[in-house]
Design a protein around this ligand. Structure first.
Ligand code: SF4
Ligand code: SF4
Length: 279
């Protein structure tokens, strides 16, 4: 079975325990204002343009009149034409079996570090059948499996991966529904319901919250109560900002990332798990 992915990162250390391979699936129902993977949001492949690399040679312009328009089909021909690497197609269709072939290359590292594979995104559970097939192949090969999800999907999508997923890394961004709508563009009703169902089913869940000062830090005490000790906090960062310009989108967040000291202090006060950078 084929699915749309936009990246595979080997030797990840922030997407679950140990050394992992993280597979990023395309498509998301949320639009978090701090999202550092804007290329994950649309389900289909899309064209990115890096203005700083363009030498204005004109090769792409004379070839296609769909450049910079909504009619672009992301066919990738202008990418091949550009001699300066100023264009890139973000996202491609891939067979689950081919993803597994890449994942299993690092099996020795998973064994020695307690790692495995993590499906991330975007929202990997929007492509639940594809996700389940990758996880099943990995689990049958003795590889630890995890999914990073925002949980804003039908429960039946989650059910499809339940037999093959060892760990759910489950985002909780706010408890107050109106706040959640403001920050992500969607209600959190389904997210909180699905989280409760996973806990009732005794699944291994670690809730995670990005701390975005001035936006969701007022929610942290309520989130802590909801997560009942199974909770990790992550520091907001600005790594993905440049990708917005490449995708011709505006980055609207105005926020100073929290310092290591801020994060340690929040962790101490709320009881959250926090792994300082580099650990
Ligand atoms: S990706 Fe294809 S359709 Fe889009 S601008 Fe390039 S050549 Fe034209
Ligand atoms: S082919 Fe590449 S370098 Fe030339 S104008 Fe197009 S994007 Fe710029």
């Amino acid at each position: 079975m084929k699915g749309n992915i936009f990246d595979i990162q080997r030797f990840s250390i922030h997407d679950g325990p140990g050394i992992r391979t993280t597979v990023f699936l395309k498509g998301c129902t949320l639009r978090c204002i701090w999202c550092h993977n804007p290329e994950s949001q649309k389900p289909e492949p899309e064209l990115a343009f890096y203005a700083h690399k363009c030498r204005s040679c004109g090769a792409c312009r004379s070839f296609c009149d769909k450049l910079f328009t909504s009619n672009c089909t992301a066919c990738g021909k202008c990418v091949d034409l550009c001699p300066h690497g100023a264009r890139e197609i973000m996202g491609k269709a891939k067979e689950a079996a081919d993803v597994f072939e890449i994942v299993k290359r690092d099996r020795e590292y998973y064994i020695t570090s307690g790692g495995g594979v993590t499906l991330s995104g975007g929202e990997p559970l929007l492509q639940a059948d594809f996700a389940a097939e990758i996880l099943k192949l990995c689990k049958n090969a003795g590889i630890h499996t995890a999914i990073e999800t925002a949980g804003n999907v039908l429960w039946e999508n989650i059910e499809k991966v339940l037999p093959y997923c060892n760990l759910f890394l489950y985002d909780i961004k706010a408890i107050d529904e109106e706040k959640h709508k403001k920050l992500t563009g969607a209600s959190n009703k389904l997210i909180l319901q699905n989280a409760e169902k996973l806990l009732s089913a005794n699944k291994n869940v670690l809730f995670r919250t990005p701390v975005v000062p001035g936006y969701n830090d007022g929610e942290l005490d309520d989130i802590a109560r909801f997560c009942r000790g199974k909770w990790e906090i992550l520091a907001y960062h600005e790594i993905g900002v440049g990708k917005y310009a490449a995708l011709n989108r505006e980055y609207l967040l105005r926020c100073v990332p929290p310092t290591e000291k801020d994060m340690l202090s929040i962790a101490k006060k709320t009881g959250a798990i926090y792994r300082p950078t580099g650990m």
